[in-house]
Ligand binder design. Structure first.
Ligand code: SF4
Length: 341
């Protein structure tokens, strides 16, 4: 359970902090409740409940508010509603598609990339994306980041530390502040990168206190958020990303190419435009990782390249994400994008 923090000022930021906690605690976890709220066909309930036994439903109110009521094909709904296809075993899809479990040091640190360490800072996420490549990982505890930092303090830090999870912004503002200060004291470290879906799932999480801690961090901070469809970036998310941009050296977005969600060039172009209006730059467009239960989202590499080429004809280069995929044990992402449009 997250606790409140004495560092929060008694201003609007404090009420913002209370709001994000309420929205997190009030996330919908029952398929029947999501179906009722959106006025969806009752026939969706039984398969959703069956699939949710393998990977529970979790979706917060602000994300639901951006879905179209009554539309089972809504692109945001498709990302979170459990469906029957998740329960089918598909050859080539497994529990740990990137072999990350073998890369764990036992202290919450993944030594995955050269010159970067990935810290599993918090267990859990504000939203359960059905395509998540870590959907089968055991959830960590909220204090896991301290043992990860102790490991880095003892073993030496790389130039960049990536706070990931789960979602590191599930940590409260005091924990984030402590984490940033301790990271800043490590020899050789230059940057901290924060991988988070929180500003999109629950934009009220970007409190004034969080922004202040990021702005005062003794190292450069980069926020990498996660939105897949332009409907995810509404006015409140735009404001949250703007607040983050004021405190971070860069705000980048990574998306996953998902069948039935964003697998057309017009949608991807609109996503890039919306992100730029919100002061975030498109960074990566990932091909799906072959995790069990997500095969129905797959878009093959040839289709991905064709979509990217269409995108390159619609957008300036700085709005083009790199099309990438990850391979188990590889020292870097494989960039599929041609060198020029
Ligand atoms: S926010 Fe990221 S880590 Fe969390 S469930 Fe979604 S894809 Fe997975």
């Amino acid at each position: 359970m997250l606790t409140d923090t004495p560092r929060e000022p008694k201003t609007g930021a404090r009420s913002g902090a209370e709001r994000w906690r309420r929205e997190l605690a009030g996330a919908v976890r029952e398929p029947a409740e999501l179906i009722r709220r959106l006025g969806l066909p009752e026939a969706l309930r039984e398969p959703a409940e069956r699939a949710a036994r393998l990977y529970p439903l979790r979706v917060p109110g602000p994300f639901i508010a951006r879905m179209r009521p009554g539309d089972p094909e809504d692109p945001l709904l498709r990302q979170v509603l459990p469906v029957a296809a998740e329960t089918a075993a598909v050859a080539g899809y497994g529990a740990d598609p990137l072999a990350e479990q073998a890369q764990r040091t036992g202290s919450g640190v993944l030594e995955k990339y050269h010159g970067r360490s990935l810290v599993l800072a918090a267990g859990g996420c504000p939203v359960h994306c059905r395509y998540c490549f870590r959907r089968t990982f055991p959830a960590g505890d909220e204090g896991g980041w301290r043992s990860a930092l102790a490991h880095l303090e003892a073993a030496g830090a790389p130039a960049e530390v990536i706070l990931s999870g789960g979602d590191p912004l599930l940590l409260d503002d005091a924990a984030i502040a402590e984490c940033l200060q301790r990271l800043g004291r490590l020899d050789g470290i230059r940057r901290v990168r924060i991988h988070t879906r929180m500003p999109v799932a629950i934009p009220a999480r970007v409190t004034e206190a969080l922004v202040r801690h990021l702005a005062r961090a003794p190292l450069q901070a980069v926020a990498v958020v996660h939105a897949n469809h332009p409907h995810e970036v509404d006015a409140e998310v735009t404001a949250a990303l703007g607040r983050l941009r004021g405190a971070c050296s860069a705000v980048l977005n990574q998306a996953v190419l998902l069948r039935g969600v964003n697998d057309d060039a017009a949608t991807l172009a609109a996503l890039s435009e919306r992100l730029f209006e919100a002061e975030a730059l498109p960074y990566y467009l990932h091909l799906l990782d072959p995790v069990s239960g997500a095969a129905h989202f797959d878009v093959d590499a040839d289709t991905g390249l064709r979509l990217w080429t269409e995108l390159a004809h619609r957008l300036p280069g700085y709005l083009l994400p790199r099309l990438v995929r990850e391979a188990p044990g590889a020292a870097a992402k494989q960039v599929l994008t041609p060198s020029g449009p």
